[in-house]
Design a protein around this ligand. Structure first.
Ligand code: NAD
Length: 452
């Protein structure tokens, strides 16, 4: 029954797309403006739903999700006309007296699968790009944040027609049924493990795919860094969403000359930024709570904030000295645990990181070794002397490489992700060189050889 329903919605979206209704500038801009109004009107209740799911402070949800979505909408509204224009490109000599251009065309029918940790951003930010590029969409939010998923469903149902944008709620089974449909593009945010399943499903229909995945993102603190500032920014980056953030600094690599002062500064920063537990989100479910406690039980706890709460709450914790052979360094932590490793030479750091899965983000504090790191380590994107902020600039495409993802979005890069740029050569009336037509006898070939 479910499959039949999904087929019906899919076919309705297909018909709507081929009616050309979604393609004009007028339609797209109207939907983006409407979406902005709806997000602004519902901002508070959206934040309340996340609070119900994992006690994330409503102010934090506003800053990290609602404000980011409004920023993305403003950027798209302001630039849409420019993005939709045909882009002239140079014409080569042999095609001369013709015009060459790229025509951005929507991909068509899209599936957007979201993660629970930023339940709105992981579906609404790609949706903004999807609308801007003139597509239809089915959204599958994460079942792990059920109140937020339900809020997404209500918001879309009340404001967009089913054949244009629809939300289908559910877990793995629903996700798998959706992935069996021949979408033109699948935009997935989630774990690397599930990303592989999604890519395999897309291969069956040769659907285009964007994978926004995770990984272990390092924060490297060099001996010439401003230690106090570095500590505050690392704690800010790790504290966001209680570390349940794909671009959170997963661990710290501290130069041996500054490691002691950094550890002290990290403790101070934790006390300063999180004076009580009310500023800290809980762990989303029992499974992750147990997973994180298992890590903690096997590691040396160097520092932990004294806060307590009855629900699935883990106070921010520093593990030191951390070690690549221990559990905290074996997988993405995705929680409020910060392992600190020490290094003496930057080439060791580069070699060690390059031997492992490619990080989604990288943070560097200092100056002297940045050129070697920028050139020497593969990673999705990063911020120097701060954390998370590269994510907030819509002019910087956001995405990973290899195990941390494929493809990107935000701003124009999102528009490009949901568009196909048709390459068009428009021939002028003349000249029409006869040497290109067969039969290619000796004289014509002489010309051709001369030309190339
Ligand atoms: P997840 O991979 O468990 O789930 C993501 C989505 O996939 C959910 O909607 C879920 O229902 C669906 N899903 C789960 N198993 C599936 C299966 N077998 N087949 C089809 N669909 C399936 O991830 P999560 O726990 O929601 O999120 C945490 C992960 O997401 C972390 O690794 C984090 O780094 C990553 N993440 C990445 C970004 C990014 O922008 N790169 C953003 C947020 C989260």
């Amino acid at each position: 029954m479910q499959e039949k329903n999904l087929q019906t919605i899919f076919q309705a979206q297909k018909a709507f797309f081929y009616s050309d209704a979604t393609k004009s500038y007028g339609f797209r801009i109207k939907q983006l403006k409407k979406f902005k109004k709806v997000i602004k009107e519902n901002g508070k209740s959206l934040c309340d739903s996340v609070y119900q799911d994992f006690q994330k402070p409503v102010e934090e949800t506003y800053i990290s999700e609602i404000a980011m979505i409004i920023r993305e909408l403003n950027h798209s509204i302001n630039n849409l006309k420019k993005w939709m224009r045909k882009k002239k490109v140079a014409t080569n000599l042999t095609n001369f007296l013709g015009k060459s251009y790229l025509f951005p065309h929507p991909l068509g029918k899209n599936l957007i699968i979201g993660a629970w940790n930023f339940p709105y951003s992981t579906v609404f930010t790609p949706l903004i790009a999807c609308i801007a590029a003139g597509n239809t969409a089915i959204i599958k939010p994460s079942e792990i944040a059920p109140h937020s998923s339900n809020a997404i469903k209500g918001l879309i149902k009340d404001n967009f027609s089913r054949e244009y944008i629809t939300v289908i709620e559910g877990g793995v089974e629903v996700s798998s049924s959706l992935l069996a449909l021949p979408f033109d593009h699948v935009f997935f945010t989630g774990s690397t493990q599930v990303g592989k399943i999604v890519m395999e499903a897309c291969a069956k229909h040769l659907s285009r795919v964007t994978l926004e995945l995770g990984g272990k993102s390092p924060a490297i603190v060099d001996k010439d860094a401003d230690i106090k500032k570095a500590a505050k920014k690392i704690v800010f980056g790790k504290g966001s969403n209680s570390g349940q953030n794909c671009i959170a600094p997963d661990y710290v690599y501290a130069h041996e000359k500054i490691q002691d002062s950094l550890l002290e500064a990290l403790k101070d920063a934790y006390h300063q930024l999180y004076p009580s537990e009310k500023h800290i989100a809980s762990i989303v479910n029992e499974k992750n709570f147990q997973r994180l406690n298992t890590i903690l039980n096997q590691e040396k706890i160097y520092f932990q904030l004294p806060h307590k709460r009855e629900d699935k709450f883990i106070p921010p914790t520093i593990i030191y000295p951390a070690n690549w052979e221990k559990p905290a360094m074996k997988e993405e932590i995705f929680g409020p645990i910060l392992p600190v490793l020490t290094f003496s030479r930057i080439d060791e750091v580069i070699k060690t990181i390059n031997q492992r899965e490619i990080p989604l983000a990288l943070y560097y504090f200092g100056k002297m070794n940045w050129p070697s790191i920028e050139k020497g380590i593969q990673f999705g994107g990063g911020t120097v002397n701060d954390t998370l902020l590269h994510f907030a600039n819509p002019n910087l495409p956001f995405g990973g490489v290899g195990s941390s993802g494929t493809g990107c979005y935000h701003g124009y890069s999102g528009f490009k992700t949901f568009s196909h740029f048709k390459s068009i050569f428009r021939k002028g009336k003349w000249p029409d060189f006869s040497f290109r037509y067969p039969p290619h006898d000796g004289k014509k070939m002489k010309w051709i050889r001369k030309l190339f």
